[in-house]
Design a protein around this ligand. Sequence first.
Ligand SMILES: [Zn+2]
Length: 531
Amino acid sequence: MRLFCYSLVLLIFAGCDRASEPEEPLDIILESGSVYSGENTEPKFADVGIRGDRIVAIGDLAGRSAATRIDVSNLAVVPGFVDIHSHAVRSDPEDGIFRWPDAENLIRQGVTTVVGGPDGSSPLPISGTLDAIERNPASVNFATFAGHGSIRRLIIGDDDRAPTDEELELMRGEVRTAMEQGAFGLSSGLIYLPGRFATTEEVIELAKVAAAYDGIYISHMREEGLDVLKSVEETIRIGEEGGLPTQLTHHKIVGAPMWGSSTETLRLVDEALARGVDVSIDQYPYTASSTSLTILFPGWSLDGGREALLQRLADPEQRQRIQADIVYRIEVDRGGNDPANVVLASCPHDNTINGLNLSELLRQEEREVSKENAAELLMELVEDGNCSAVFHAINSEDVRNIMRHPATMPASDGGIEGPSERVPHPRNYGTFARVLGYYVREQQVMPLHTAIHKMTMLPADRIGLSDRGRIVAGAIADIAVIDPATVIDKATFEDPHQYAEGAHYVFVSGVAVLSNSQMTGERPGKVLRSR
Ligand SMILES: [Zn+2]
């Protein structure tokens, strides 16, 4: 009987593995590493065998032949990281993934897959961008969400009003089309134009369409400062009533008056999870955020888009009201109660001021440093062409608290960057390495295997990528080999264009993109479609 069972097991094994006979030579063996499967479990000491684009064997492979053997002893062999909030595709079609397809800033952190279309903003139709990337592949894999804001703008522009029934139906159709073209869900940016003009009910209606295609909902919430609790409730409600998994993206608590309330936001998440709502969180590991300067402007002033805003700024009475509102936001929200906390990242109309904070720029212009003058300066900068900026207004205890939560995964909210005139947020270059080097190794916020789980299987499963984000036989060979003793981010707010250190090898679909810490120039990244 025992012999029979044994033979049966062998038969099943042979049957399962017929496509790749077990003793066929391997292409690559990563020898003697600490192998992290992507589960939230301790690593195993093992060899990993790759043939073609797949992981085909894990264990003692000393007796197997292989074209290439790489000694990775004392190194961690981990699934390539999945960045679930990425601005890899920019509104300028020559920027981001098309400008720097080697994505060295990501590869040197071990990132192998990025998910674009965040914050309610995606190209439409998404198929055009997916096809363009397929024609000009990058080193990393690319997937995307469909942006609610982009869809709303397409149908009703930047107006502050509800859609008619007919317009809502057209918006549903756009979500359907995007999902059929391979989007992994619906993103929203309910603080941005035009997402901020949408009611919760409108978003729920569109989330239902994404739900029918097994997509998720991921939201840059309406408010991350004084009203952050209401916004968490709204995000949970959209998941609950829309009937789909929901994610608080780049979750943070902005502005000193609310610091410490991550305890409350996480309690709301736990309560929702307990009643069966599928809620998750992503986060970048920094105490500053980054976005357009208009985030400090009152919502009503943005109604109708840039031209309408410029007209309001030209009207003295309205300009004064806008200024007063900006002063308030400098005090309690992203301004961190000090104009020095707002640092210009990229001003395309005048790149010489990139890197200066509002206090420095006021001094340079020989104006008194005050919140009122900072508000005036912000209005002038927006009139001149607008800038992106970095806002230092997050408390480090909230960062740790959110990071530790089991439903939280790191995500960059950055994109693909290379040396340029911009002074971007260091998250572009450092997010994943910073979690591993600073938060795990130096600060011991969580075990290494937990952090790796949060960067791999957790985000991959979130969007249904069942053959990535894990090291198991049969999975796609997206693998990073990193040194847990040295991995660290090098990018700072002052000097952000610095690659992370500690990654030795990165493979995407079995092709080495980083080898012996050198970029190979290969671009094996795939466009991933949900269907
Ligand atoms: Zn965002």
